[in-house]
Ligand binder design. Structure first.
Ligand SMILES: C[S@@+](CC[C@H](N)C(=O)[O-])C[C@H]1O[C@@H](n2cnc3c(N)ncnc32)[C@H](O)[C@@H]1O
Length: 194
């Protein structure tokens, strides 16, 4: 199964969006509440309906970029948030992105990619981060599926993967997961090695 743009777009067209929690993830908003620099350039890759972006925008972060393969959630976001700059909505493959960011937010994007791409995900994140930049967010800490998304994983595997390129600052059981994911997620934060 090729996890390309048509695959994801058909998931949206057929309302097969079980990943969509319908509101901004508390683990992400709580973390962002501690970021003082509202000018931080932020990326949410594989953003889907991007409730976190709406939260960030309403809380003063104006330099937020959303990226998704599928035009459907981006179009919906643009309609619901007409003041959000259209040029900050990116509709192409994450691996073709060439900008740089201070903060990149992960939520159910990593688990949507074929696991063979995980080393490339790490390399791409490294390339996209500015020198003091961070990547943070949530990763599933359960096996899940082997042949279709969401693909699972566990802490030791993620540690091995990220420590090749990053300083792992946090990789721990998430304390404020949404009820449906409680106990099954890790909260992580990594930064570039100096
Ligand atoms: C499981 S959904 C998660 C959406 C959102 N993060 C959420 O939590 O609701 C994965 C998203 O990543 C997007 N996606 C998958 N592979 C991508 C890629 N290579 N480049 C850009 N977007 C991608 C899909 O279109 C889909 O919207």
């Amino acid at each position: 199964m090729e996890l390309n743009e048509s695959y994801w777009t058909s998931r949206y067209q057929n309302d097969q969006t079980g990943w969509d929690i319908g509101y901004a993830s508390p683990a992400i908003t709580n973390f962002m509440n501690q970021i003082e620099n509202k000018d931080s350039k932020i990326l949410i890759p594989g953003c889907g309906n991007a409730y976190e972006a709406k939260y960030l925008w309403e809380n003063g972060f104006k330099n937020v970029y959303l990226l998704d393969f599928s035009p459907i959630p981006l179009k919906k976001f643009a309609e619901e948030n007409p003041e959000f700059p259209k040029e900050q909505l990116l509709n192409f493959n994450f691996f073709n992105l060439t900008k740089s960011f201070d903060i990149i937010i992960e939520q159910t994007f990593f688990c949507a990619l074929n696991p063979e791409l995980r080393p490339q995900y790490v390399q791409k994140m490294k390339a996209l981060l500015r020198p003091n930049g961070i990547l943070f967010g949530l990763l599933f800490n359960i096996p899940l599926f082997d042949d279709r998304p969401p693909f699972g994983g566990e802490k030791s595997e993620y540690e091995k993967l990220f420590e090749k390129e990053f300083q792992i600052e946090i990789m721990e059981k998430c304390k404020n997961s949404i009820p449906e994911r409680a106990g099954n997620e890790l909260f992580f934060k990594v930064s570039l090695r100096s």
